[in-house]
Design a protein around this ligand. Structure first.
Ligand code: ATP
Ligand code: MG
Length: 471
């Protein structure tokens, strides 16, 4: 802080940041143009309670960035000079969480706000792993130090709802206006401290449609393998944010552009390198993005089941070719895929079991006679399995007619369902794919319904995939 003050007085530049960017700029409401109606009442409640108790308190990070872009933030983080204990005392429902660095969760009904005490800059003595990744760094600090350890200039601004001022320490406003994503400090050093920031570059560039400042982007290709040293649970959290950002498809395309799809995560290798799965994955991500934009829930299980389906298919085929029965072969394939991913990706057990359920249901959709379809309807996760089936149809993997039959069966009354069961049990009936109902067939090439299925089914899947699968 003192060093910075001297630098400011002498007009010298900080070596760690280009062009004297670390000069505090204070902007009033006319200059920043934030619409105060985009602010949540609870965020104002938290900052004013802290301020009335004599502390400094600001909205910080992604919320300020979104406010400046005219977007309603999805959540609000608060930064303060009060310690976690001091924060906790001021609110009825406040919980201190975190071991490495304590933060406070303040709850109002369902609404959760994260309150963080200003953090000090990473000290040279902070414990690191052998690649330079910072393991623990728990010191409190000043606001200027807090700004310096944030990731990007656009994420390091503070907004005080009381006087409507924005405090910008690193030229964030300029970068917002130029739609530029710029890391704070020396890029290599910042990626080394925390390699997850490379994934964050990709997520924000794709989500905000910002260009990556060349020096921020340059080291990523070379440094990408450092992600492998990050604990799997953290990588998983960041991947989930990426996939649930409402711009999953754009994010994956950006990963490819940055050369991050090689060796970064086994999941991405699988997803981005298998030509057969591209259409399926594209449809799945499209429908996920559409659901997020429509304010619907997305189930991580459905999402990961989709991303890895073609890998399962490949192994399923191999096991059957080696003489396994259809169902055991599918379970073996699912085991293989889940095992190979959990090592690096720390898929939580619940997500893994959701994925397995969705995959295991698929052969059951081929049985369209007797009691089997009624039984399948009663499956707890039928909706997710059915949405998944529609994606398979839409991608051309299986005959669209199967999906159409199930849509009619699912939506139909008892009489319609009886008729459908009868039609499916007459193998020679034209167009009913009755034989396919009983016996597994390979993918049809140029089948009657295939093109229709790709168009109609894609819409269908886009609207419905994953619905109710977050139960
Ligand atoms: P989103 O709107 O997608 O949540 P966000 O910017 O709020 O974006 P979060 O992951 O919620 O992203 O992080 C909140 C803030 O914490 C960021 O804006 C940034 O200032 C800081 N931050 C988060 N992760 C890092 C990191 N790995 N390194 C440095 N600062 C970080
Ligand atoms: Mg956030």
């Amino acid at each position: 802080m003192i060093k910075k003050l001297i630098r400011k007085i002498l007009g010298t530049k900080d070596k760690s940041s280009k062009g004297g960017r670390n000069t505090l700029v204070v902007l009033g409401p006319e200059a920043h143009g934030i619409d105060p109606r985009l602010l949540s009442n609870n965020a104002v409640r938290v900052t004013s309670t802290l301020q009335e108790a004599g502390y400094e308190a600001f909205v910080v990070g992604g919320a300020v960035r979104d406010l400046l872009l005219g977007v309603k933030p999805k959540d609000f983080d608060i930064a303060t000079n009060a310690t976690p204990e001091q924060v906790k005392r001021l609110f009825r429902r406040a919980f201190i969480i975190g071991k490495r660095f304590q933060i406070v969760h303040v709850m109002f009904g369902q609404d959760l706000l994260e309150v963080t005490t200003f953090r000090g800059t990473t000290s040279a003595n902070a414990p690191k792993d052998e690649h330079g990744r910072v393991l623990r760094d728990n010191t409190f600090g000043s606001q200027a130090e807090d700004a310096e350890r944030r990731d990007f200039t656009i994420n390091a601004m503070y907004y005080n709802p009381a006087n409507q001022q924005v405090l910008d320490y690193h030229g964030g406003i300029e970068d917002i206006r130029a739609r530029t994503l710029r890391i704070i400090g020396q890029p290599e050093a910042r990626y080394r401290e925390d390699p997850v920031r490379m994934l964050r570059v990709v997520r924000f560039a794709a989500k905000l449609k910002f260009s990556i400042e060349p020096e921020t982007g340059a080291p990523i290709k070379v440094m990408a393998p450092l992600i492998n040293n990050v604990p799997a649970a953290r990588v998983f959290d960041e991947m989930l944010k990426l996939l649930m950002s409402g711009h999953a498809l754009a994010c994956l395309q950006q990963l490819r552009k940055e050369g991050l799809h090689h060796g970064l995560l086994p999941l991405l290798d699988v997803v981005l390198e298998q030509p057969l799965g591209v259409k399926f994955v594209t449809l799945a991500l499209d429908s996920t993005d559409a659901r997020i934009h429509a304010g619907k829930t997305v189930s991580p299980g459905f999402l990961f089941a989709s991303l890895l389906w073609h890998q399962v298919l490949e192994k399923w085929t191999a096991y059957r070719a080696a003489g396994e029965q259809t169902i055991p072969a599918l379970h073996l394939a699912a085991d293989d895929v889940l095992d190979s991913q959990t090592e690096k990706l720390a898929l939580q057990r619940k997500i893994g079991s959701d994925m397995r359920d969705i995959w295991a249901m698929q052969p059951r959709f081929e049985r369209r006679t007797g009691k089997a379809p009624h039984k399948l309807l009663e499956h707890l996760r039928f909706r997710a399995g059915y949405d998944f089936l529609l994606l398979r149809c839409a991608s051309g993997e299986i005959d669209a007619e199967v999906g159409e039959w199930w849509t009619a069966f699912y939506e139909g009354d008892e009489i319609t369902r009886e008729e459908l069961l009868n039609s499916a049990s007459q193998p020679n009936r034209e167009g009913a794919a009755g034989g396919g109902a009983k016996r597994k067939r390979g993918p049809r090439r140029g089948g009657r319904n295939r093109n229709r299925g790709e168009e109609g089914g894609a819409d269908n899947a886009g609207a419905d995939a994953g619905r109710d699968s977050a139960d």
